[in-house]
Ligand binder design. Structure first.
Ligand SMILES: *Cc1c(COP(=O)(O)O)cnc(C)c1O
Length: 376
């Protein structure tokens, strides 16, 4: 794995460390109406669909902007104005979908679980059985707030059994954790260019069941975030409605080449799992404690309890890591004081071991006696 020594290694859940090939793919300009760029768009859309085996049932609609833009476009287009969404919440990204629905004036219900736990499927089923108005279930695959892997297969089966649509926020898992549209029925799965696909940020991706999207003309509350219009116009002309992020798409194409060369999503998942295991083992050896149990930990980002030692300060820890070439991530839990270290991107176990060495130096520099957490 190449390393640009001027830039830090990003141990974050995105943007993340990219390869020289991906960055290099941005060195030429593309005309947005040019046949080359139209062909590039078509090819990237097809390849993204093939990652979920969705070529026969689903369509790929890219959306300019960060992941949230694509989430907002998907929810606003798929959930009809008189529909109702049930959002499964166990972290900030579930809560963000609730906010989006409230802003749009769509009816919303929530099923909450603790930030370190999954939703009981029986409770989901009971809510669907008890409320006929719920048209869609909205769930986060890997809730990046903690790094928990929600049970998306069981959620999909429960929604399908009650005849409700499912929208999956797979932002921090798509490309890094396998998901197959044939086994996990969904109306839409939303992802982004700059996370496990290892492209650069700037593009959201919605993979939508064709039949579902075809029925959504006029649903959207917004012009630029109308997924139906974006799809319809792309199918008709092959072109984007508004200025596309040309260089981001070129980088994503190179990133898809790299994913293929690596052996696909399963192989990438295995690499992320090795990174994650090495990280957790190394941190536990130093006395750090993870917020999540191993069984629910996704190999994406790991949340650690802040050490109880009063000499620990996240800002000093961050600076000590940054001066050694690593960018880590603050915590986002509402309950516990924490910080996060990502294990995705163009990096392997050797990079994780180097990061662990940097953590060892950082705790010595801060003069920590112990890395254990405050007793609850
Ligand atoms: C990154 C992420 C998003 C989108 O966040 P942006 O800042 O808009 O890119 C949404 N959901 C999850 C789970 C994420 O990890």
């Amino acid at each position: 794995m190449d390393r640009d020594h001027d830039a830090p290694i990003l141990l974050t859940p995105g943007p993340l460390t990219t390869s020289a090939e991906v960055r290099g793919a941005m060195r030429r300009d593309w005309g947005s109406r040019d046949a080359d760029f139209i062909a590039l768009t078509a090819r990237v859309r097809e390849r993204l669909l093939s990652l979920v085996d969705g070529e026969r049932t689903h369509v790929c609609v890219p959306v300019q902007g960060s992941g949230t833009f694509a989430i907002e476009a998907t929810i606003g287009t798929l959930v009809p104005r008189n529909g109702k969404a049930l959002v499964l919440v166990n972290g900030a990204y579930g809560r963000r979908m609730v906010l989006i629905l409230e802003r749009m004036g769509r009816a919303v219900a929530t099923l909450e679980a603790p930030e370190d736990g999954c939703h009981p499927i029986a409770a989901l089923d009971a809510m669907l059985a008890g409320d006929e108005a719920i048209s869609h279930v909205l769930a986060v695959h890997c809730e990046t707030t903690s790094g928990i892997l929600n049970r998306i297969d069981e959620i999909a089966a429960a929604a399908a059994a009650r005849g409700r649509g499912l929208v999956i926020d797979a932002m921090s898992s798509f490309g890094g954790i396998p998901i197959d549209a044939r086994d996990t029925p969904f109306d839409a799965l939303v992802a982004a260019s700059g996370k496990c696909l290892e492209g650069v940020p700037g593009l959201g991706i919605a993979l939508v069941r064709r039949d579902a999207l075809a029925a959504c003309a006029g649903n959207a509350h917004s012009l630029s975030l109308d997924l139906y219009d974006q799809w319809e116009s792309m199918e008709r002309s092959g072109q984007w409605r508004f200025t596309p992020p040309t260089h981001v798409l070129a980088a994503l194409s190179a990133a898809l080449d790299a994913l293929e060369a690596e052996g696909g999503v399963e192989k990438r998942h295995a690499r992320y799992q090795r990174n994650c295991r090495a990280l957790i083992e190394g941190m536990r050896e130093m006395g750090f404690e993870t917020v999540l149990a191993n069984e629910v930990q996704a190999p994406i980002v790991v949340t650690f309890h802040a050490p109880a030692d009063p000499r620990f300060r996240f800002d000093s820890f961050y600076a000590a890591m940054r001066s050694r070439g690593f960018a880590i991530y603050p915590g986002k839990l509402t309950e516990a004081e924490s910080f996060r270290i990502g294990c995705i991107g163009n990096l392997d176990e050797a990079v994780i071991r180097a990061a662990l060495a940097a953590v060892r130096e950082a705790i010595a520099e801060m003069g920590l006696e112990s890395c254990g957490r405050r007793a609850a």
